[in-house]
Design a protein around this ligand. Structure first.
Ligand SMILES: [Zn+2]
Ligand SMILES: [Zn+2]
Length: 374
């Protein structure tokens, strides 16, 4: 094993990113070291970079969508979380957080995300200038220092395995939207989460999936991932609504999954739900403002349900596993979703691209991943 590791450290809010060198740790009991192959970057990283997540302090090592090969195993690490044997060299996806599994929140309420003994998650642990070091995925190596870290072995290509986290978010949305066999579904927004929601809705048994978004290349990918019809943004709110209803073949969907992420898009999504249907809103992940809302005419009279969907949810560990099984089943061109593989030296550029415009190297970003070997 190469005796040193490199990591891209964000030095301050919206500040410089330095690639620093570290000695490789020797894993203790229950720990392991991973050679990172690919680490997805998402909107959450861009928000942290802008200082919008108070729990993360700087300097910070980000990156929580981590795929790599096991480089060193501590005593007692012999199987993945599903009980399959593992050895040095195996590719695994790492679940970023760890909860106790024994407390009231973990066992009774099934909300390990609310566990009071939750450890700092990989990619969110801070600050990065103190041990244990190498606790995020934007690095050549990850030190899985939390004994008992959850990980899954997989033979998928790294660019598919890296979708495990975004797909787990989409699965949370699909679950909250109560999609059943034969449901009609609208997915609003065709970023990485929207694309994963298309695939997840399809896996859940939707009879008709309509994706709404832009630009054209992403809509084409949505179609390849299972959308029956796509509607381009460029026709104004009322034109879009008519086009969506035409594509559905009826006036409203059983389930709308909102991933677009503005207050206005929330209002628009509400208008796409059929009476008695569900809006599962994932997009407004940070505070972007309020909208006018009439409890009588927007909610009760229409007998609809609005579900808030915050990331992969409080029981994300289960969805993480389910996401992997869907990716492993295959049948969709998941390998086309990662549009950019970016080296450690360009982490800042990548974070800034996701914070504004979603373009890098003159191309639209669908899903960006940091490739430490690039
Ligand atoms: Zn993420
Ligand atoms: Zn717990």
């Amino acid at each position: 094993m190469d005796p040193t590791a490199r990591a891209a450290i964000v030095t301050g809010v919206a500040g410089a990113v330095e690639v620093r060198e570290y000695d490789l740790p020797r894993p203790g009991p229950g720990q392991f070291v991973l050679e990172v192959e690919l680490c997805g970057m998402c909107g959450t990283d861009a928000h942290i970079y802008r200082g919008r997540l108070a729990s993360v302090r700087f300097p910070a090592l980000l990156g929580h969508e981590i795929v790599g090969r096991l480089a060193a195993l501590g005593e007692g690490v012999a199987t993945d979380h599903a009980g399959r044997p593992v050895a040095v060299g195996d590719r695994v996806g790492v679940f970023p957080s760890l909860s106790c599994g024994r407390c009231f929140e973990c066992q009774v309420r099934r909300r390990p995300g609310n566990c009071p003994d939750r450890r700092p998650s990989y990619g969110f642990a801070s600050p990065a200038d103190r041990p244990p070091y190498l606790t995020g995925g934007f690095a050549t190596h990850l030190y899985a220092s939390n004994a008992g870290t959850v990980f899954y072995r997989t033979d998928l290509p790294a660019e598919v395995a890296v979708l495990q986290e975004p797909l787990s978010v989409a699965l949370h949305g699909v679950e909250r939207s109560a999609i059943r066999i034969g449901s009609t579904v609208v997915v609003q927004g065709v970023g990485a989460i929207g694309l994963m929601a298309v695939a997840a809705a399809r896996a859940a048994g939707a009879a008709r999936v309509v994706a709404v978004g832009a630009p054209g290349a992403r809509l084409e990918l949505a179609a390849r991932l299972g959308a029956d019809a796509v509607v381009d943004l460029g026709q104004g709110t009322s034109g879009r609504r008519r086009a969506v209803f035409d594509a559905l073949g009826r006036e409203g969907a059983d389930a709308v999954i909102g991933t677009a992420g503005s207050p206005e898009s929330f209002t628009e999504a509400l208008g796409l739900v059929a009476d008695g249907g569900v809006l599962a809103e994932l997009g407004n992940f940070t505070d972007r403002g309020t909208v006018p809302f009439n409890p009588f005419s927007d909610l009760l009279k229409r007998d609809i349900t609005i579900a808030g969907v915050y990331g992969a949810g409080p029981d994300m560990q289960r969805r993480y596993h389910e996401a992997l099984t869907i990716l492993e089943r295959g049948g969709s061109p998941f390998e086309q979703v990662v549009s950019h593989r970016v080296p450690l030296g360009r982490v800042r550029e990548a974070l800034e691209a996701l914070g504004s415009g979603y373009a890098l190297d003159g191309r639209d970003v669908v899903k960006l991943a940091i490739d430490p070997s690039a």
